[in-house]
Design a protein around this ligand. Structure first.
Ligand SMILES: [Ca+2]
Length: 460
């Protein structure tokens, strides 16, 4: 009698799981913990597994050996705040709220940081609704203290770090935010340098995992290294190198964040969470400097942070989940930050709400073919330096600079350096990309597209 009851109970549970979490019907664990570790301004080429020769990154490299390394993943934008807005909302830059590090309020000329609004749906809100405990630490950048855009109002149960991006440049700050309260760092008062903020942020990251080990959690680690200012407690093994000082600090920052990734992974193992946790590692935009001939931080690509070229947009991305994500694989499937919200919803059974531009890349992450990723278009725009738009469509990369109306087309399969403009040879491709760009851009009141006066004068 008892065994029939138990069988019926298990059958009922199975049906329930199949209905609620169709992606994982019949496979356990159904609801993994999610750690999304995104570092700041680290280039595609800064880790050993991406070809770096000088900077020591043993833990990132190990993550790649134990997971899948993606070569063609792109940030949401080529600079900090808009990239994070795309990540949080699943909307590309033609739709998401925050299109630049600062925008216009109340007319042209008044530049201010624009916050997320109450109606903006974030991935954290959706995962929280699905029963996840949610936490974030590091740099937010999507809402100042007195706005609706702070992490605790955008789906996060717990928050520790910098709200303001400029503030995040100060590694020996005398305060951080802990939820809605200022958290004083008295050890840094009056110019003292006792508490390096990254170390506190890394410690908080591990502490969150320990406190929530028994429940499904989503932990967004928006670590601030290796963004400038170039200040670090130790130059590690780079002090004697014949490099500019900032290069040494950059290398030491990358090695420091790598060390803390190692601590985090060891903790997951220690707590028995290794196989219950999917870990993402990436950067929020391309390398801030090329450091050519020394560190080659952007790898084989053109441009750097704040450019629409590959060097500004393409980022490292590794996904590890033992038993689910293939170990030691390298994938060139093209995807980007707009895909993260639908992917995490797919992974957890959370329901996507509102309009998103990205698609779930969970099949790709789990090693299954997803040919539609090579036929859909990924979109970016940029307002600083004149309005620019960029699209990747399969092997093609289109780049429009409105200031001169010029459209450049590159074939990334033969020209990943974006050195040879082939727009004139492929007018049909250019036409499709231009049409897509026109449709993708929905004007924002905070980021007005300005046609340069010089262009108007020439037309007369
Ligand atoms: Ca950044």
């Amino acid at each position: 009698m008892k065994s029939i009851f138990v069988r019926l109970l298990l059958l009922g549970l199975g049906v329930f799981c199949a209905l609620v979490y169709p992606s994982f019907a019949g496979s356990a664990p159904a609801r993994p913990n999610i750690i999304y570790l995104m570092v700041d301004d680290m280039g595609w080429g800064d880790a050993g597994c991406y070809g770096q020769k000088h900077i020591q990154t043993p833990n990132i490299d190990r993550l790649a050996r134990e997971g899948t390394r993606f070569t063609d993943v792109y940030a949401g934008a080529s600079v900090c705040a808009p990239s994070r807005s795309v990540l949080m909302t699943g909307q590309h830059l033609g739709h998401t709220r925050i299109r630049g590090n600062s925008g216009m309020v109340g007319g042209v000329g008044q530049q201010r940081r624009i916050p997320l609004e109450p109606g903006d749906v974030t991935v954290a809100m959706l995962l929280k609704q699905a029963g996840y405990t949610t936490g974030i630490t590091g740099k937010w950048g999507l809402g100042e203290p007195d706005t609706a855009g702070i992490p605790n109002k955008k789906g996060f149960d717990e928050w520790f770090g910098y709200l303001n991006q400029q503030h995040a440049h100060t590694y020996y700050t005398d305060y951080l935010w802990k939820n809605t309260e200022r958290f004083p760092l008295t050890g840094n008062l009056n110019g003292q340098t006792n508490l390096y903020s990254h170390d506190l942020i890394a410690d908080w990251s591990l502490d969150f995992v320990k406190r929530h080990k028994g429940e499904p959690f989503f932990l967004y680690l928006a670590w601030t290294l290796p963004h400038g200012k170039y200040v670090v407690p130790s130059l590690e093994t780079y002090g004697d190198k014949d490099w500019p000082h900032d290069f040494k600090v950059h290398a030491a920052m990358v090695t420091r964040l790598d060390r803390d990734l190692g601590r985090l992974m060891a903790l997951l193992k220690e707590l028995g969470l290794d196989e219950k946790t999917i870990v993402f590692f990436c950067s929020d935009n391309g390398g801030v400097a090329r450091r050519e001939g020394v560190l080659d931080s952007v790898g084989p690509f053109r441009g750097q942070k704040a450019a629409q070229y590959e060097g500004g947009l393409r980022v490292p991305m590794i996904v590890r989940w033992p038993g689910k994500v293939a170990a030691g694989q390298v994938s060139s499937a093209p995807w980007y930050f707009a895909d993260v919200l639908p992917t995490l919803c797919d992974l957890t059974g959370a329901k996507v709400a509102g309009k998103v531009d990205g698609v779930s890349v969970l099949p790709t992450i789990l090693g299954r073919a997803q040919p539609e990723l090579s036929t859909r278009m990924m979109y970016w725009e940029q307002y600083s330096g004149g309005f620019q738009q960029a699209v990747r469509w399969g092997k093609w990369k289109g780049h429009q600079v409105a200031a001169d109306g010029k459209f450049a087309l590159y074939d990334l399969s033969t020209d990943q350096m974006e050195a040879r403009d082939v727009a004139a040879q492929h007018p049909d491709v250019v036409k499709r990309l231009r049409e897509f760009m026109t449709a993708a851009h929905v004007p924002s009141p905070n980021w007005l597209v300005k046609v340069p006066a010089a262009k108007k004068a020439k037309k007369k």
